[in-house]
Design a protein around this ligand. Structure first.
Ligand code: PEP
Length: 252
């Protein structure tokens, strides 16, 4: 059975007190969160250690939103995978579309980061997804396939076994436009088929594929009820503890 996951990407929001308060509120609702759902919080780098302490006695998991392409050394302003791991984080989001578009992250960079994350015992949550133009031009399957080919499909089967894939159509992120459950399911099924072709049926069966893009309590249940959607990567709604906890309860 593959895991069911809800991950909250806080992006560049919340000062330290606000972030701690948000984590605390989610932790206080722990009893409402189904025990078979893995819930991950991804605060900004600078708050990882504090949030780690805040959630220490709970099943909540911690993720970074990015990591460096290098191991260590003279890379001013960068944060390495091993530094992230040392805070207690177990996951790292890699290749988010905002990193790809605002910071020119290529598939090559994404691949390097994934390798370092794996080397330092982090589970990479690897984001893929097409732009609006690519969807309108019917290029969405080929775009996502190329993103997978250039990154996670270059890994060994063993390493791939530690990857979480997040399908995030760029046109649905922060726009209020959600992919319909059918559109999301169609892509998730495609990704799973590609995993099977590149690795094995077992790998396809066991890989968690999350949907991201304006997911909220009102649409989470319909999305999560699709056979190939194993949860969500949540942006805006992860900043509201009530909404975020509600989303964790949206699996059937
Ligand atoms: C995201 O940034 O990963 C995301 C899905 O954002 P939102 O939920 O705000 O669309």
């Amino acid at each position: 059975m593959r895991p069911q996951i809800v991950a909250g990407n806080w992006k560049m929001n919340n000062d330290l007190d606000e972030g701690r308060q948000l984590a605390k509120s989610i932790k206080e609702h722990q009893d409402d969160i189904p025990s078979d759902v893995t819930v991950i919080l991804a605060p900004p780098f600078i708050h990882l250690s504090d949030i780690s302490r805040e959630i220490m006695d709970s099943p909540l998991q911690l993720a970074a939103q990015n990591c460096a392409t290098e191991e260590k050394g003279a890379f001013t302003g960068e944060v390495s995978a091993s530094m992230i791991r040392s805070t207690g984080a177990r996951y790292v989001i890699i290749g988010h579309s905002e990193r790809r578009s605002y910071y020119n992250e290529t598939d090559e960079i994404v691949h390097k980061k994934i390798q370092l994350a794996l080397k330092h015992d982090l589970y990479p949550i690897v984001c893929v997804g097409e732009s609006l133009t690519q969807r309108e031009n019917d290029q969405y399957f080929s775009v996502v396939e190329a993103q997978l080919d250039n990154t996670v499909f270059k890994l060994s089967a063993e390493d791939f076994g530690r990857v979480v894939v997040a399908y995030e159509p760029v046109w649905a992120i922060g726009t209020g436009k959600t992919a319909t459950p059918e559109q999301a399911q169609e892509m998730h099924a495609f990704i799973r088929k590609k995993i099977q072709e590149n690795f094995s049926s077992d790998a396809a069966e066991n890989t968690a594929i999350l949907y991201g893009g304006s997911c909220k309590p009102a649409n989470a249940a319909e999305l999560f009820s699709q056979p190939d959607i194993d949860g969500g990567l949540i942006g805006g709604a992860s900043l509201k503890p009530g909404d975020f906890v509600e989303i964790t309860k949206s699996f059937t």
